[in-house]
Write a new protein. Sequence first.
Length: 318
Amino acid sequence: MKISEVGERKLIQMLMKFVSMPANVFPYYDDTVAFEVGRDLLSFKIDTFVYSTDRPKGLEPYDVGWKAVTAVASDMAAKGASPYLFQCSLSLPPDTEEREALEVERGLSEGAKAYGGALVGGDTGEAKDGVIAVTGIGIHVSHTYIPRKNDLAQGDLIAVTGSFGYAPLGLAAMMGKVELREPILSKSIQVFKHPLARVKSGLSLVGLGAKASMDSSDGLAFTLHELAVINSVDIEVMTPPIDELLSTYFSENGIDPMPFVFYGGEEYELVAAFPATVPARALKELGFTIIGEVKKPGTGKLTYRGNELNAKGYEHFR
């Protein structure tokens, strides 16, 4: 059977049998791997950017580097860790222009600094396709607690950072699939090309009592569905995380917002669950907006306005 028939999620489950957890490593599968070094709790993460699948026409080399490091920083933020050190394995075809290689590295370096870390080296290699693998180490705010994926209960609040829809809309515009007008065109493309990991909000997760947290880059519906299934609960979305400007644009132009808000992906936002006792004002001050709640123990159903949302999102090999 080919992995295109299996899919990324099932393949990961199959590969996990080869994974071992030393005594100082937190024994769980999550967005990062946490481990103890002395009195510190650190997180390790790796992510890969492949030109042929991840780089649409118009994405400049600098943007490639920035997005590659953002993917790692976002997963660290989702676990309440502050990015510290990054390394990059940069593999490029030999006919790549020198300037392009330097611009990718500049994007990596400036992205690392923007998130409070540093690019400290890496490796170079020759390949038929551009492949950028970024590894990162982050330092956790708490020495004892990590907001994982598996601690949801009925009544918990579901909250997210940011406004959804811009990044997938920008990607669709760059690929010629939609025609946009200003100011939506410029903003959507900018959000796609230059995403921002929510490190500050991530560092507030522990203090706010977050019970679970994930990065949303595979798509909002996919992320919420994963949380629901892991915890054997149902989640209801009451207010989609879309700002007034984009909502008005969709409405005036007869565009269905659902594919972009729930199923788009490429948005490096945080999706978290908090106890119902946490005030909405406190969440808002730290960048979170309540969009729904955990309804009851269930089968992993995700609903919006009484309609079930599919677990669609980005998945490799499909």
